[in-house]
Design a protein around this ligand. Sequence first.
Ligand SMILES: Nc1ncnc2c1ncn2[C@@H]1O[C@H](COP(=O)(O)OP(=O)(O)O)[C@@H](O)[C@H]1O
Ligand SMILES: [Mg+2]
Length: 505
Amino acid sequence: MPLSKNQTPPALDIPQDVDGLLRLAAQSMFDVLARSTEGMMVVDRHHRVVWISDGYKRFLPALGFNDEHEFVGKRVEDVVPNTQMLQVLETGKPVLVDLLTNRAGTFLVSRLPLRNEAGEVIGALGLVLLDHPETTMQPLIQKFGRLQQELEDTRRQLAAQRRPKYTIASFIGASPAALEVKRQARRVAQTDSTVLLLGETGTGKELLAHAIHSASRRAHRPLVSVNIAAVPETLLEAEFFGVAPGAYTGAERKGRDGKFKLADGGTLFLDEIGDMPLALQSKLLRVLQEQEVEPLGSNTVLRVDVRVIAATSRDLAAMVAAGSFRADLYYRLNVLPIRVPALRERLDDIEALAEALGEDIARRSGMPQKLLSPDALEWLGRQSWPGNIRELRNTLEQVSLMSDDMQLTAAHFQGGAALAVADEAPPAAVAPAAAAPAISTAQAVAPLPELIEALERDAIRRALQATGGNRMAAARLLQISRASLYERLARWPELEAKVQVSGDA
Ligand SMILES: Nc1ncnc2c1ncn2[C@@H]1O[C@H](COP(=O)(O)OP(=O)(O)O)[C@@H](O)[C@H]1O
Ligand SMILES: [Mg+2]
């Protein structure tokens, strides 16, 4: 029953009709909010601030405004940093409680859409429920702060993980030969052409491949590597091109993406390209020319956008002449060749390299970095380093780990030079140049992993010697897989450098 206008309603009764009741509730709520909140503002549907409460005015100086006229009439996103009023206008959904942080401080805020009779959003009401919530809402704010800190830490970690492993600056060296390599790497990084990295094992070809990728426009896309020598020949094709679902039974039933597909948009690093079987060379050439791959057991082709960086320690031109490498593929790869110098061609860089490698070894082992005496540096500079920087790194690592002294002298390096696994091992078999510090089984006690490693190295050295450097035959003699021999040779390249390698062909 509606109350008539000329009747004074009884002071203590609430309206009996629903409309009146709701109107009263709305009015009261607004009065309470206007009185007890710190400030209010209304924006129209064009984002313009149309009104602010008296309470709101005291935030203006902190927001950078002297008075109301500079503020009202502006678009809210231009005058209130980080405001979320636009989302309310867009979605029509209220935000009952939120924290807003900007140059004026942190505020507990509430945002409500304003609608016309037709229900359309025509503006929004913003309320500052509390300022300095950090004092009144301690526990909540603390939790908020902690979460924000965690979020920031996680973001930082993610960014660090995504950061490229190597940049061109990670290629240490200031000798003319090193500077020239870096100049060429920077130049090819600007292009999308195939790059061929030529150089002995351990000279930094893989490092450069990473560096070129991260200096290229593809840096934010994947770099995918395949070491061709380490993948059994029968699996290479599937590894490159993938397998269509249902092509095989068993584990491969679901199909598998090939490396070309995985590298789409990015870079594919083909290490040891000289070890590519002839049959596959023509397929690779086709992919490079067409930028299309056909997964095994599929009759459709996939378009890919892949930049290839290939590397080899073999003499590809000689292999072409001998018929073990396709000439057309060689020319296709050889568009931008970079010859990476051997360490003995840039011995001036030894000190800087030893410094950088020592730092890395220390960081990984968690032990302090050892100093190198002048005579140690001089000794390092006199070696011929057939295994190049990888060998230098291994030598520094072994000598650092085997001594408690903080400073390493030439004696430390010479001392461990005799590779004597078996008692009768002839010391003459090891040239000082290849001096890999090692352990003798005659030593009273040595860590078992080191003894096993020394034994493995010696066995592989003998097998390579016995087979004239033929890796395939050496693997057969040792009764280990070709892949596991390659893996060990990558670790101890100096073993192979000592014998004339005749290859697997
Ligand atoms: N110029 C360099 N500066 C610093 N470290 C290097 C440099 N060249 C090579 N290395 C290090 O030597 C090792 C062998 O390098 P890698 O790129 O694998 O050689 P490659 O692929 O030519 O066999 C790696 O540990 C690499 O980080
Ligand atoms: Mg390599």
